[in-house]
Design a protein around this ligand. Sequence first.
Ligand SMILES: [Zn+2]
Length: 319
Amino acid sequence: MSKLTAVWLLVLLVLALGWAAGACRPAPGDEGPPPADGGQDGGTAPESLSFEELLAAPAADELPGRLVVYFLDAGQADASVIRTPGGRIVVIDTGEGPEPLVGFLEAKGVERVDVLVLSHPHADHIGGAPAVLDEFEVGLVVDSGFAHTTQLYRRVLTRIIELRDAGRIQWVAGRAGGVIECDPEITVEILHPDEPLGASVNEASVVVRVTFGSFSVLFTGDIGHESERAILVRGRPVDSTVLKVAHHGSAGSSGEGFLRAAGPTVAVIQVGAGNRYGHPSPEVVGRLEAMGVEVYTTARDGTVIVHSDGKTFTVLVGP
Ligand SMILES: [Zn+2]
């Protein structure tokens, strides 16, 4: 072995150990960590925390050992935050501007966003990304890799590339079959998109399924029927306790077959009151309700919080 090879092996070893010790990272293939058996309550009785108390609690201390998901009320836009059982922060979409996401993270004392998923480059999903990248330490950015030509996307991309080149973040395109190793208690699997991406920004949305024991959440970005079918054909499990309904409840998404396969108990539609698109579609809401799904919309209910011990779960909304 040459000296140079030895040095490189050492560098790789140090990097690997660094990952294991700290950061979230993409893993090749679909070999995720085994699902937790759940039931390891950290000692705080979940029913003792109200919606307001949970919103005000520092992310580091809230419901330790539980998975907490915040579907933020960001108007006609998607912004969700996951606090993993081990205390990692995963953001899935950022809303249209810095608020409410930045204020929420600051209020929770978050300094580092371990994973930032940008489902697709439309403003209602990445508008807050420049502020998140500027104001927080970000570990890993996962985006769709769809080349979009807007000024906003170029700005986000430029910043991501700067940070990556400075060695401060990792950046990957999310592809079906990919797994993000973040917290050994949970599995974060990417179900979509796959190459070739096609011509639609929405249909190329990154779809993420997070599982913790028998509890799971499916984040669908703005995919439509075409991608829903493609995901089902790929054959990975899509069943989910909680479904972030695709594309703000648009009639172009949430087909019967996909909803049946996902089989959610709870559906959350992130949507602005009186939006000009007529979202959510009464047809989609009706389909969900006919299936016995408990439907929440941020327009009506505001921010929706769901937390779980890996077996049972609790949904909280404001008064
Ligand atoms: Zn959208």
